[in-house]
Design a protein around this ligand. Structure first.
Ligand code: DGL
Length: 282
């Protein structure tokens, strides 16, 4: 199939969390165009039902597929945990019909959970691994399953941290209130003496210095953004779909509400301007 290599990579999340993945992609794949969608009108997803999250994930996938992306990156653990199949199904795009047979283009879908599970197993020496995430991600058991597929002996201690996403969206990366809440959430994983803690939500790397401080230096924090960028780079290589233009890439950001707020907090985090952040309704 003819793939126009200058088509963008589509990246999405419920809000600004997926920018942690965008930052890694910009560094690892400096010539790739990126279209980002953050559902700022409906964040947080992690406290919502599986049905609702699937419905939102389907709308975002359809939006990005219409933008003709060549690859989709689910930069949201919550959607990866409970809506992966919905996204993959919609990423099979009918492109032609020959003798009653539909020809589909399978737009590749990459997600963060497997990448983080693999990194956690590689880094953990004691195989005692903590996982923090949204209630939907933790209740889905997706991390425990992914980790046990790689190592049956590993012990996984999970903790839902529902207040972290709103705190990050507020830009309270190192606020005393965030610290107090984190101390409370992390009590149990600290007591279990894990040597590795998976940040199982793409918003959490924005709290990394604070979380590292509370967990102690000896605990390895796993942020899947870089692993995700490596996986995307490998796939682009294998399928030979890398952008052949070496002109500066286009980055387009779409949100479903209050673009100014996304822009301010996003720029603070990325340390660069986001250009125009467009408001759209799905
Ligand atoms: N960044 C999303 C994740 O990785 C946050 C989900 C939410 O909106 O609660 O899970």
């Amino acid at each position: 199939m003819d793939i126009k290599t200058n088509r963008a990579i589509g990246v999405f999340d419920s809000g600004i969390g997926g920018l942690t993945v965008v930052r890694a992609l910009m560094e690892r794949l400096p010539f790739e165009n990126i279209i980002y969608f953050g559902d700022t009108a409906r964040v947080p997803y992690g406290v919502k039902s599986v049905d609702t999250i699937n419905r939102y994930a389907a709308q975002i996938t359809e939006f990005l597929i219409k933008k003709d992306v060549k690859m989709l990156i689910v930069a949201c653990n919550t959607m990866a945990a409970v809506a992966h199949q919905t996204i993959v199904d919609l990423a099979n795009v009918p492109v032609a019909a020959v003798a009653y047979q539909k020809i589909v283009e399978e737009v590749p879908v990459l997600e963060v959970i497997e990448a983080s599970a693999r990194m956690a197993i590689q880094h953990s020496k004691t195989k005692s691994i903590g996982v923090i995430g949204t209630p939907a991600t933790i209740n889905s058991n997706a991390y425990a399953r992914a980790i046990h597929l790689l190592d049956k002996e590993a012990k996984v201690f999970s903790q839902a941290c529902p207040l972290f996403v709103p705190l990050v969206e507020e830009g309270w990366f190192d606020h005393p209130a965030t610290r107090l809440i984190a101390q409370e959430y992390l009590k149990q994983v600290i007591a279990e003496q894990v040597d590795t803690l998976v940040l199982g939500c793409t918003h959490y790397p924005l709290l990394k210095p604070l979380l590292q401080d509370i967990m102690g230096k000896s605990v390895q924090l796993i942020d899947s953004a870089e692993a995700m960028a490596d996986i995307a780079a490998d796939l682009i290589d294998q399928q030979n779909i890398g952008n052949k233009n070496s002109t500066p890439p286009a980055y387009t950001f779409y949100v479903s509400d209050v673009p100014y707020r996304f822009q301010t907090i996003g720029e603070r985090f990325l340390g660069r301007t986001l250009g125009r952040v467009e408001l759209i309704s799905l």
